[in-house]
Ligand binder design. Structure first.
Ligand code: F6P
Length: 326
């Protein structure tokens, strides 16, 4: 294995709060260990286009508290082609970058797995996505901030829902994963939580809404994960309304508000721990792995394994949420 000289760091896929804290940790630990650090802008896109610049300790000052990513991010179709990857490797060689740290999600690690099959380069991944759907870590960087963003909005909606005796359908992010819906739903006391992992039966939902009304509930919140099989929040609200025309319903789609804002203390902490661990992993000779935290221990999961497996939600929490909201 070649001696590591320069390390490139980049963010890729959907941004998540805490990515900056991770960049800071990677860069400063790298410098501490004696490496020259480079920032690659706009993820794999910037690697292909040669958007690469040196990063110093001061380059990452004053960013731990900022959402988004100073390195920008993108989803790259070109990196999925051998030509794109070859061009990217050429640009790394120009800067003598012979090790990489990527902060991103499933798509990022899929690209990394392909790249490391073709080119011999130590490559470490850090889990950065609000979805918390990555296998090999209990939490991903950004999830905690995202669910706090959701409950802040849901608490406000609760005020107006109660005043008007309305049933609100709040759509949250999570194309393929109900993590955000489930955790924010429990934390805001939602009456119903609809996730892609379980089938949603509108008749069943309507029956439960009627049951709540009989129990003297006059308002409520339904958290809908955007990937729910019964449709989006608009469509589910319409289907319930069709069965209960007397019900006053409203729909709020939270959208990208969930992904922004200053990272929570936990996301900053997690990002710092994993960013520091990524450089230690490179020094130990690790390659082609995602660094995660499971039961408070650093765990390395090979990219192939991280991509192949899905971290499922704890379905018991769904039942619990219903009991607690009754
Ligand atoms: O993967 C993170 C995520 O925020 C998902 O929850 C969501 O479905 C998707 O990204 C949205 O992507 P975009 O920002 O490209 O609209």
């Amino acid at each position: 294995m070649k001696r590591i000289e320069n390390i490139g760091v980049f963010t890729s896929g959907g941004d998540s709060p805490g990515m900056n804290a991770a960049i800071r940790a990677v860069v400063r630990t790298g410098i501490w260990e004696g490496f020259d650090m480079y920032g690659i802008y706009r993820g794999y896109e910037g690697m292909i286009d040669g958007q690469i610049e040196p990063l110093y300790s001061h380059s990452v000052s004053n960013i731990i508290q900022r959402g988004g990513t100073i390195l920008k991010t993108a989803r790259s179709k070109r990196f999925m082609t051998p030509e794109g990857r070859q061009q990217a490797f050429g640009n790394l060689e120009k800067h003598k970058i012979n090790a990489l740290v990527a902060i991103g999600g499933n798509g990022t690690f899929t690209g990394a797995a392909e790249f490391t099959k073709e080119y011999e380069i130590p490559f470490i991944g850090l889990p950065g996505t609000i979805d918390n759907d990555l296998y090999g870590t209990d939490y991903t960087i950004g999830f905690d901030t995202a669910i706090n963003n959701v409950i802040e909005a849901a608490d406000k909606i609760r005020d107006t829902a109660t005043s008007h005796d309305r049933l609100f359908f709040i759509q949250v992010m999570g194309r393929d994963s109900g993590y955000i819906a489930l955790w924010s739903g429990v934390a805001c006391g939602a009456e119903f939580i609809l996730v892609p992992e379980t089938k949603t039966y509108i008749d069943n939902l309507t029956r439960l809404v009627k049951h709540d009304i009989r129990k003297n509930k006059t308002s409520g919140i339904v958290i809908v994960a955007e990937g729910d099989d019964a449709g989006n929040a608009e469509s589910i609200a319409a289907q319930v309304k069709e069965r209960m025309p007397e019900l006053e319903t409203r729909v709020t789609i939270l959208g990208h508000i969930q992904r922004g804002g200053s990272p929570s203390a936990w996301d900053r902490m997690l990002a710092s721990i994993l960013g520091y661990a990524s450089i230690k992993a490179l020094k130990e000779g690790q390659q082609g792995v995602m660094v995660g935290l499971i039961n408070k221990q650093i765990v390395y999961t090979p990219f192939e394994e991280a991509i192949k497996n899905r971290k499922g939600i704890i379905l018991d929490l769904l039942e619990m949420s219903r009991v607690l909201a009754l």
